[in-house]
Write a protein that binds this ligand. Structure first.
Ligand SMILES: Cc1cc2nc3c(=O)[nH]c(=O)nc-3n(C[C@H](O)[C@H](O)[C@H](O)COP(=O)(O)OP(=O)(O)OC[C@H]3O[C@@H](n4cnc5c(N)ncnc54)[C@H](O)[C@@H]3O)c2cc1C
Length: 420
């Protein structure tokens, strides 16, 4: 019997297991083989750091470069957040596959068992434990089960009575070149651009690592994978706004179509069971920050479970509810509201989306206050006390700058967004 079984070792499951396996007999079951963790180049803001004490921030294999410059790319004017203006980086860029490998190494060093290439296909509840069945025909038992399966296994959480978050599709690929060429093409570590013809519910983005950039878009809900791949190919070849940044870079493999889920669940705990990361819809609206949510939910879950393991608890819902309460207090009650209000406003703007986005990027370019607020949002170390007055001020300033007709059509949405 294990103390804890973790199903899924993406960023949420691997961070959690690295924290808890010091104190508990832990088993990780991961459907992918060890060498199949997909390569991803992610924006990793400084506000993620309080939730991770286990890694070396100078490790260039994991954090290839600092995040110095972001471009909220408009059609006419770019909204640029340049670290030089405020004196400190926005955080890091990370190769997420390397961060996950590091956490799994820590787990193994602490005596945790990792089963790769096994898919959990059934979970059942017994009086004093949880039983987990896998594709290999194996049965494992544990006192606590942690579901961190991302958007890949909603049927498992549903079988236990949890809900599933809303799911969207995205696509991404890596393009490669030598570092001088990549820097010559693109001075920004991160480009975020909104175009309703590409996606009505998410951005087109470029994340710059070293000798590689990740390009993709998120938030589609209606297109088939085949159509998404064809459209993405056209964007990479023809979309004028991004051509200078990717010119001369080469791809080495086919783009990958992925699911991404957001809109946090209402409940994350039951007797003996917790849900972490994207499986719980823990990805911010509008900005699609999933790594913050993965590492924060992992840290909060580990801190909840440690004293319960020491007191040989029965891990009842009443005892585990602390995880849910703290998760809501730290992540959902304030920080999530920023993305929530932005998503409501931008991705419900219909035909006015382009003009709204263009006005927003213009506002960033002229307002040092907004640039500073964005810079601070990346860097805040105490996310629980995120100050929403900046979001409100940005909304009001944006509204004032809109053309009269757009003001009339979007007025009610601005008012509702204020109360999000
Ligand atoms: C293209 C793209 C770009 C992104 N960029 C950023 C970014 O720059 N910054 C940021 O903060 N966020 C970003 N995100 C979001 C973020 O990467 C994800 O939300 C986050 O990585 C999810 O982590 P997770 O551990 O919850 O889930 P996952 O990474 O999906 O991990 C779940 C794991 O569970 C395993 N699994 C699933 N089902 C089973 C099963 N039945 N049995 C065993 N194993 C199972 C899977 O194989 C997988 O390894 C991006 C997302 C996408 C799609």
């Amino acid at each position: 019997m294990y103390d804890i079984i973790v199903v899924g070792s993406g960023i949420a499951g691997s961070t959690f297991a690295a924290k808890i396996s010091k104190f508990a007999k832990t088993l990780i079951i991961e459907a992918r083989e060890k060498d199949q963790i997909p390569k991803t180049t992610n924006v990793f803001p400084l506000h993620n750091r309080p939730f991770i004490q286990e890694v070396d921030w100078e490790d260039k294999q994991i954090f290839p470069n600092l995040h110095m410059k972001t471009n909220y790319k408009g059609y006419n004017v770019d909204g640029i957040i340049n670290t030089e203006e405020f004196g400190a980086p926005l955080g890091n860029m990370t190769y997420l596959e390397e961060l996950i490998k590091k956490f799994l190494q820590i787990c193994e060093d602490q005596g945790c068992t990792v089963k790769n290439g096994e898919r959990v296909n059934k979970i059942s509840r017994k009086n004093n434990c949880i039983e987990v069945y896998t594709s290999e025909g194996k049965l494992y038992q544990s006192k606590v089960l942690v579901i961190s399966t991302g958007s890949h296994s909603f049927e498992l959480q549903k079988s236990l009575g949890f809900e599933a978050p809303r799911s969207y599709t995205g696509v991404f690929t890596h393009l490669y070149g030598n570092e001088e060429k990549i820097k010559e093409n693109c001075e920004y570590n991160y480009i975020y651009h909104v175009n309703p013809s590409i996606s009505k519910k998410g951005p087109l983005f470029i994340n710059r690592g070293v000798e590689r950039v990740e390009v993709g878009y998120l938030g589609n809900s209606s297109e088939t994978p085949e159509r998404i791949l064809l459209k993405f190919d056209r964007i990479l070849k023809n979309y004028k706004l991004i051509q200078p940044y990717i010119e001369g870079l080469k791809s080495k493999s086919k783009p990958i179509v992925v699911k991404i889920s957001k809109h946090a669940l209402k409940k994350f705990t039951q007797d003996r069971v917790l849900i972490l990361g994207e499986a719980g819809g823990l990805v911010t609206d509008f900005f699609y920050e999933g790594t913050l949510c993965g590492v924060a939910s992992a840290d909060i879950a580990a801190k909840t479970l440690k004293p319960l393991l020491e007191s040989e608890s029965n891990f009842t819902h009443n005892e585990l509810i602390e995880y849910e309460t703290v998760l809501k207090r730290i992540l959902l009650n304030k920080y999530f509201k920023n993305g929530n209000a932005s998503e409501y406003l931008f991705f419900n703007a219909g035909k006015s989306l382009k003009i709204l986005w263009d006005t927003y990027t213009k506002l960033i370019s002229i307002s040092q206050r907004l640039r500073r607020d964005i810079w601070e949002a990346y860097r805040i170390q105490d996310i629980e006390n995120y100050n929403l007055s900046g979001t409100k001020w940005a909304g009001e300033s944006l509204f004032k700058m809109l053309p009269t007709l757009t003001k009339i059509s979007l007025g009610p949405k601005f008012i509702r967004a204020l109360f999000k």
